[in-house]
Structures are given as structure tokens and as C-alpha cells.
Unconditional design. Sequence first.
Length: 181
Amino acid sequence: MLLRHSEDPEITTDNWIHTGVLLLNASYEALTEIRADRAVVLLLSGAAEAVIDRQPHFPIRSKHVEIVLPETIRLHRYLYLEHKLLVHDDNSRATLPAILRRDRYKCGYCAGWARTVDHIRPRSRGGPNTWANLVAACGPCNTSKADRTPEEAGMRLLWEPKAPNELQKRQRQLWKDLAAS
């Protein structure tokens, strides 16, 4: 479970470790998002450097070291990867963790904290496990909707679920931020 930087709950000593950190190659190409604890290990081992610190600053302290929780880190050595284009469309298969990350752990019905996913068209009626048919949901909304469509349950979706393209979006934002520096 990774928490996104922009709409995550307030970072605390209890949840900072689950915060997502964007990992860049030495060429500033976005590679993936990793957990904050892994990012701290890369920073302390000298394998990476912080590119952007998280705002507001959140210090991570040990007995001898204090660093600021990063939002983005960059590897010092270039990591050669075979490039393959991973394309998601609204009808491709999705997983529970991927849906929760896409929706930033916000319920698609009430915008509360979500830990489960809901099939918009219920599985009992042939609803597939696709990006367009799954939405993050809090327990009360998921229970209230039960085995009905949102219309039948008198519930309204706050957004239309779509396949994510978050990494490319963050890559473009990073290039804009670096160009402005």
C-alpha cells in the first residue's frame, strides 16, 4: 500500500514508511514508484540522491542521521532496462492494489478513506475486473451498495474510473519543475 504525495492523509510517524517516492534513472527517466523506506535505504547507501523533498518537510531521524522524506530520488548509476510499452486501457484487467493507488485510497462514492474496491457492475451480473468497472470504496459505501448498480443503490460515482497513466504524468511534471529551476 503506497500513499500518494498530493492527496494522502497527513504523513505521520506511523504511516511515512508507506509513502510513495518516485524513482528516477540517472538520466531523469521515471522508473517506478517505491516505498519511502526503500528510498531512504538508497539515499543512505549513496546509490541515489534526493531530487525533490516532500512538502511540507517531514524529517526521518535515527540516532546519528536525519534526512528529509523525499518526493523524488535519482539513481547515481544508470540502470539499463529493456523498454517495453505497458499500455492499460479501460477494458484491461486491474488488481485491487492498483485500483486503490489509482484512486488515491479515496472512496468513489463519498471520497472517504477506502480500503476495498467495488465492482460498479456487480460480479454477480457479469461485471469484469477491469479499470472501468472497479472503483475504490470505503467499507460503509461498499456494504451499502452491496450487489446493486450505483443507480439502483441511489449512489453517485464522484468520477469516471479509467485506466491510469500516472507515471507519464509525473514524468512530465518533473521535467517542467526541472526546466523552471
